[in-house]
Design a protein around this ligand. Structure first.
Ligand SMILES: [Zn+2]
Ligand SMILES: [Zn+2]
Length: 279
């Protein structure tokens, strides 16, 4: 059998592995503050074959007696992703081994993998952590009524998926989640969108959720938001602020749409930023 090495970083006692779920796609028309030709050219010069394809990552964290998953990919929702279970098995981890799931937010490409093809809970022993503002947003009937038909389908999906974990959902507002792991509220993409920072001793990693969907476009041009950003202006402000912090502090970053290499450093480049993957 071929051994496949998935991208893995060690942060103190924790080993963090990027586990791909596959791909979604989105038209570059969904981007704001950039014309489509410039967006395509940025993708081309970065060597991206299909400029509209969005890679989906989840992250497995092992250490201190815990087996944690951050997000669960799309699980085949809308024919996106669905490879998480197969790729997770490559690490020797079974779904029942996962004791904790930390969600960055409740978009379908992050929670779809919580249920299997029969619509049942895919992780029978996991407690589910989500920011209180995220859960209350999706559970608010008025928000659903006000939403477009397309977004209403998202609300229903969230409701059905969370119903399978009802007694196991833990909400938080404060930052400390587990020893060595804290949440970082990054609102704008959704109201309760969070990153997670893993910090032990003098090493640190921030998993920033959906700060970018197209890294080569949005890291070079942080003011570019996407139609999935509920508040595109706030989202751009938070993206600018976080890029400034991680580049100044030389913090290792990971993200759900950062691509299959999973981990990177960000550097200031004139008035913009550049991504350097850590391999
Ligand atoms: Zn999202
Ligand atoms: Zn996403």
């Amino acid at each position: 059998m071929n051994r496949i090495t998935l991208p893995t970083q060690q942060i103190g006692d924790f080993s963090i592995t990027a586990i791909g779920d596959g791909y979604a796609s989105a038209s570059l028309d969904f981007l704001t503050n950039i014309n489509q030709m410039d967006a395509i050219n940025l993708q081309k010069s970065a060597g991206v074959n299909d400029p509209t394809s969005i890679h989906i990552n989840t992250y497995l964290i092992r250490g201190r007696g815990r087996t944690i998953l951050i997000d669960t990919g799309a699980g085949g929702y809308n024919q996106w992703g669905g490879d998480l279970q197969t790729n997770l098995a490559l690490t020797g981890v079974m779904p029942e081994d996962i004791d904790t799931i930390l969600l960055t937010h409740a978009h379908a490409d992050h929670i779809g993998g919580l249920v299997n093809t029969f619509g049942e809970a895919a992780f029978p022993n996991a407690e589910l952590f989500i920011h209180e503002h995220e859960l209350s947003f999706w559970e608010n009937e008025n928000n659903m009524i006000r939403a477009s038909k397309h977004v209403q389908a998202n609300f229903l999906f969230v409701k059905n998926v969370f119903a399978k974990y009802r007694e196991r959902i833990r909400t938080f507002i404060n930052n400390d989640i587990l020893p060595g792991i804290s949440s970082v509220h990054l609102p704008g993409h959704t109201p309760g969108h969070c990153g997670y920072q893993i910090e032990t001793g003098n090493s640190s990693l921030i998993i920033w959720g959906d700060m970018v969907h197209f890294p080569f476009i949005q890291i070079a041009h942080p003011n570019v938001s996407i139609a999935f950003d509920q508040d595109p202006i706030l989202s751009a402000q938070i993206r600018n602020k976080l890029l400034d912090i991680v580049s100044t502090e030389k913090l290792l970053v990971a993200g759900m749409h950062l691509n299959d290499l999973g981990f990177a450093y960000i550097e200031h480049s004139g008035t913009s930023y550049k991504i350097f993957y850590k391999v």
